[in-house]
Each structure stands twice: as C-alpha cells, then as structure tokens.
Design a protein around this ligand. Sequence first.
Ligand code: AMP
Length: 355
Amino acid sequence: MTVPPGSTIGIVGGGQLGRMLATAAAQLGYRCHIYAPDPGCVAAEVAAEFTQGAFDDEGALTRFGAEIQVATYEFENIATGPLAALAELVPLYPPVAALQVAQDRLEEKRFIQRHGGRPAPFAPVDDRAGLDAALAAIGTPGILKTRRFGYDGKGQARIDAPGEADAAWAAVRGAPSVLEGLVRFEAEFSILLCRSGEDRVATWAAPCNRHEGGILVESRVPAPPPLAAAIAEGETLARRVAEALDYVGVMAMEFFAVEGAAIFNEMAPRVHNSGHWTIEGARTSQFENHIRAICGLPLGATELTAPRVEMRNLVGAEADGWQEILADPAAHLHLYGKGDARPGRKMGHVTRLLG
Ligand code: AMP
C-alpha cells in the first residue's frame, strides 16, 4: 500500500531520532504527528502536530491512530500491547514482532541463535543465586545486563571477579538479567538495513563504531578491510532476520568483530545512531529510506557520497563547542535542541566527508 505525500505519519517517541525522521518526511511532503509524554520534546518542535500521552495509554494511542495514515516508532521502551492496538487501526512499521524480540535481551539472543547468529556466551539470571550459577558457567570478566529497558550502557554492570557479584546485582536492582562473557573484540561495527514492503532491501556501508562508557562516540565508513569477512557474515544474518520478521523500515544490528567472525551484540528495530552519517554521507539517508519504506515508496540509493565519512556524537557539554565545530567549513553540525546538556546525554552530532 502506498501512503502518498501529503499524508500524516505518526511517530511514537519524541527524541532526536523522531526529529530527524520528521525532517526527512517533511522533505518528501509528508506531515508528521509526534506522540510522546513530554510536550517539550525535540521531535515535536519540527513536526506538524503533537499529542501528549503516555506510551502505555491505549486510549490516547487509539485516538492518535485516528489522525494518522501510517505509524512508526523511534523509541524501544514501549509496551507492545497498546502499540498492537494502534497497529489494528493503521499500518505500523517496523512490525510489533520485531520490537518484541529487541525488547528482551534474552529472547533476542535466542532468536538470533535460531537464525544462525552467534551472540557472546550468555546465561539468564533471574535471582541472586542465578547470578552465581551464571558466573560459574560463563566465567569472568562478564557484563550483567538487564533483560529490558537498558540503553546507552544503562542497566549494565561489569563483573571482573566473582567477588563483585553482589555489587553488580545491586547495580541492576535485582531485575531479570543476562550475564554475557566479555568479548575481546578487534572492532565494533553495525549493519544498517532498510527493507520495503515489496521485499526490496537496501544496505549502507557498515560503519565501524567506537563506544565509551556504553555510549557511541564515533562511527566511520568504510570499515577497515580486515573487517570484510565479519561484515559479510553480519549482513547475511541481518537480511535473514529482516526476512523472517517480514520487516519494513530501517533495522540496525550491532556486532563485535572477532577473528573474522561477527559476534552479535544487539539489534534495534529503528533508525540508529550509527547511521546518522548517512544524512550527508550517503545518497539517501537512513531517515529518508525509513520514511520511504513505511510509506510504500521505492527506496533511494545508499552509496557513499565521499571516499570516507566520519560521524562524532556530541555528548553532554561537548555540544557547547558548536562555534569551533562550525569554524571548519567541512563539518556538518546537527544539534538536537535539547536544553539541558547533562553528562552522557546525546546533544547532537557532527559529520565530516573526507577525501
Ligand atoms: P550495549 O548497550 O549492550 O550495546 O553495550 C554498549 C557497549 O558496551 C557495546 O557497544 C560495547 O562497546 C560494550 N559491550 C557490551 N557488551 C559487551 C560484551 N559482551 N563484551 C565486550 N564489550 C561489550
């Protein structure tokens, strides 16, 4: 089904991803209607309409559904029940099934294994005794991660020795979790894929990503040649998973590269921070292709627009350096319009096209 330009796209979630989606949608002649709890959210600022509502308020989501022609989401911590009710009213992409998989780290890893992917060694942890059992099975060092509601390194605790188990259990507040073995990776990369309803799949060059404290700091394309085999494996997995989920829209999968293998870390059923470079660095950005896919339009070309592209996140006070960044005429500055530059908060990013 084609949702023609002039229609209204509903976006559940009001962060910077929604802001960049709404900007791309406007360029194609769509109106966006943002649904989020915070009336001051940065996506609403650039959208035609805004509804304030809690993510689990099925009644409010249903009323929102009556005002839009197609829906998407830019935020993963949404109860899937109310979202499924919205999907009864209007087409909702990516499918709720993809969100269900990605919301639970344990289910996600098992799902990936069923599709031939290789996560880091892991064991479920449901209680404190379960953590001891998982440590005995996986060993140290490891990372304890909550099954749900983690992002940007939140809900995680590293365990270097069994004696640190109590502190780690306190750090995750006793929530159902997964213990992962620490992966000694050569690099991290992500696969960015967009699938349209007609079963067309576009991928972008896989960025090589660097994280600090669990937060993405930098993405670079193309990835160094030694990562080619791991990237090919990751892309095969991402395509298989997209097919299995009958996926529509942009999907990101994060991997660790280890001796030519792609060790699965996590997937995101949405546009992704490691794809922000595509705004200037690819012929069609992840945001535009996501909008094209959910509206049933043909996908745009995804080749690089420069030999090399680098994207750096502006985290916390780094965004205060905007004048210095703009002094470099080659820098493409994006600021998300967030007022309060709290430490660890993603305030913007800067992309450079390099020769
Ligand atoms: P996550 O939120 O799970 O994507 O974790 C954020 C970042 O922490 C990752 O991108 C890695 O840099 C690091 N990390 C997470 N899990 C592991 C692991 N099992 N082994 C090594 N590093 C990890």
